[in-house]
Ligand binder design. Structure first.
Ligand code: SAM
Length: 268
């Protein structure tokens, strides 16, 4: 998920600075300019210009046409803030090719940008178990996914992911079967997902937890004027980050791509 909201940008001595953890400003501060709205996503980089550079130099010129189309359709959706950013989509696509992923899972589909990035990376007989409580949004992207010729790889299940995971965990045949799992849904359940996914991912396979830097709020002081939803989920993200760091069954790598993605490689 990408979260943007307002970002305070001030020009100091010709340098652009931006604050990313609150949505408020005091009266004597320069007027907020929502530059992230222009690029569509919250960046954790030192400047918006740098993020824009990445998009324009490396991401957009190489973005597959169906992903571009889906990104543009999603930009018109009232909840477009939720979509995976284009740079993260590119990262996921490359990662899946590097690890030769074939059997994958996604929790949190929305209109399907990360799903399409995944589907395009998998071999023709690759599979994605995709779960979301909202099918309507998935159907926004589905015609584009179909046109791209990759819909046959997707098994979409509408509903909360947790009960589906419970059913799978109860049946040993699913244990250790997934090469890659991308989690981008309800942050307050990430720990619950992890408890189940660790059995379902292969030893040597990967789980990617999205938004683990949570709009930069993971380092916000306790009294920082955070947006309500940012504050609400922050403690869950902090708890997850600690739990992942303490979990001996995985190796981890937290990357500042998009809103932060933590890759977990199961080792036992
Ligand atoms: C941040 S969006 C996913 C963005 C998506 N990965 C993309 O590339 O656009 C989060 C999604 O999680 C879904 N969601 C929320 N709670 C869920 C749950 N309990 N189980 C499955 N999906 C859920 C929401 O409906 C929403 O579509």
């Amino acid at each position: 998920m990408a979260i943007n909201g307002e970002t305070k940008i001030e020009s100091i001595n010709g340098e652009t600075k931006h604050g990313s953890i609150n949505g408020t400003e005091s009266n004597n501060e320069p007027k907020a300019v929502s530059r992230h709205q222009e690029v569509g996503h919250k960046s954790l980089l030192q400047s918006d210009a740098l993020y824009q550079y990445i998009l324009e130099t490396s991401v957009y010129p190489r973005e597959p046409e169906p992903m571009k189309e889906l990104r543009e359709v999603t930009a018109k959706h009232p909840w477009n803030i939720m979509t995976t950013s284009a740079d993260e989509g590119q990262f996921i696509n490359m990662l899946l090719k590097l690890v030769n992923a074939k059997n994958t899972m996604e929790i949190g589909v929305f209109t399907g940008y990360s799903l399409l990035a995944t589907a395009l990376a998998l071999p023709d007989d690759g599979k994605i178990l995709a779960m979301d409580i909202n099918r309507e949004n998935y159907e926004v992207g589905l015609p584009i996914i179909e046109k791209a010729g990759v819909a046959h790889k997707i098994d979409f299940k509408e509903g909360p992911a947790l009960p589906i995971l419970d059913q799978m965990v109860a049946d040993e045949k699913h244990h250790g079967t997934f090469d890659f799992i991308f989690v981008d849904a309800d942050k307050d359940n990430y720990i619950n997902y992890h408890k189940r996914l660790i059995d379902l991912v292969k030893i040597g396979g990967l789980i990617g937890y999205d938004n683990t830097l949570w709009n930069g709020s993971v380092v916000a002081p306790p009294d920082a004027p955070l947006r309500k939803y940012v504050r609400y989920y922050r403690d869950f993200v902090l708890e997850l980050n600690k739990a992942l760091a303490d979990d001996p069954r995985i190796e981890i790598c937290m990357l500042p791509v998009g809103d932060g993605i933590t890759l977990c490689r199961r080792v036992s």
